[in-house]
Design a binder for this molecule. Sequence first.
Ligand code: PFF
Length: 492
Amino acid sequence: MTEQKRSEWNSNLAFMMAMIGSAVGLGNIWRFPNVLYSNGGGSFMIPYIVSLFLLGISFVLVEYAVGFKFKRSLARILFSVSKKLEPVAWFILLVVFLITTYYVCVVGWDLIYIVLSITKAWGANPDLYFTNNVLHATDSVSGIFTIVPTVLASVFAIWFIAWFILKRDLNEGIGRVSKILLPLLCIIVVGIVAFSLTLPGASIGYTQIFTPDWSALTNLDVWLAAFGQIVFSLSLGMAIAMTYASYLPEGSKLVDNALVVAFSNSGFEVFNSIGIFSILGFMTLSSGIPFNELVTEGTGLAFVVFPQVFNIMGDVAYIVGPLFFLCILFAGITSVIALLEGVCYSISEKFLIERKKTATAVCIVGFCISTIFATGLGSSILGVFDAFLNNFALLFAVLLECIIFGWIYKFDDLIETLNNNSKIKVGKTWKTVIKYILPICIFGLWAQGIYSTISSSNSFSTTIMIILTIVLIVVPVIFAKLPAINEHYYDV
Ligand code: PFF
């Protein structure tokens, strides 16, 4: 059977919005403030900016160049580089897919909180409410057999929204949704930040960002944290930039585009954290809880600390609360569709399944896996998935991509592709970064990740990690071995 018609962005704006939407996600809103605070506040901006330029943008450029040059899906690109590499592509895509299965669940919790925030239904103790009334969390292994209906329903809703966007034509779906959600997200964030600055005690919070702890700069862990944040925030190695760039028409300015995307993403997280810190400053002043106890990461910040803040904020929280959770929802949805697009593209290109059917199949399987996180044991399993897939599997994927494109593939071809239409050019320094510096940094992060994951593991988490490891080895091999239906798939 022959190939289907290729998708192409109908405007550079659609591409840029989709790219920025893919990068701006939960990581910007709840991960960045914590990483910034625990790694020296203002002085953290130095390793952060160095990592952004030296490593983040460099790697995004590899993904852009590869996607744009090949105009194919990741699986087919790696097959073209070397037949033996196809399982690596399916490994990367499986990691991305599994990350999406729990990321959707967190966005689902957020959906529940949009509703709860309308009446501040979490009551006087948001911490207990989150664990007992929302998650129905239990430590007992039998909890895996108890489904939490509200979480399941919201997880279903997010998968449904993702499916509804993905099944459409590229510009009608991802392009249009990104063009709507991203500006809305920015308007809400600007509103929240402006409001937060008027709160009493705001300066207690935001001065933390501007008060540097210079001694942090000599700490290797701070540099690794900065790099880790860039990997997470720019969604490096997840085949997103590669997939989106493969849909670009000829003549696109790749380097210029990549810079705009990277700066917008970082600008967003720095700007947003001014709001988060100001709100936490207000909380410190009003409640007497020390600032450092408030700046937590992830679910703790969004679903426990913020509801506490809204409790003491008075009536205005009935507006600020739902807007805050709406922000997380918009940021989350544009990231979910980006994570899934690359997975769908590879499947649909190899097996010649039309876009709508692939999206349906991927979303159904994804929903089935996500139901695990909608059980009483769900949040514990989610923690293990997150630690293992992010600290270990995803970094391994980025490392493999550096080796493949820096060492196995003719790297100079990529330099030519990037420089062809761009005003800003790349050269030898970029090559050195990809071939040597980036793999060394990833290796450092990786070693740190393995150490922290192993040192905090117990029999429960070890069992899940062993299962995940087996799945991550077996499934990619099966996908690579399955014969392609697309007769052009094997054209190198
Ligand atoms: N960059 C997005 C975020 O910061 O949330 C998307 C993302 C990154 C999703 C990394 C998942 C992930 F593991």
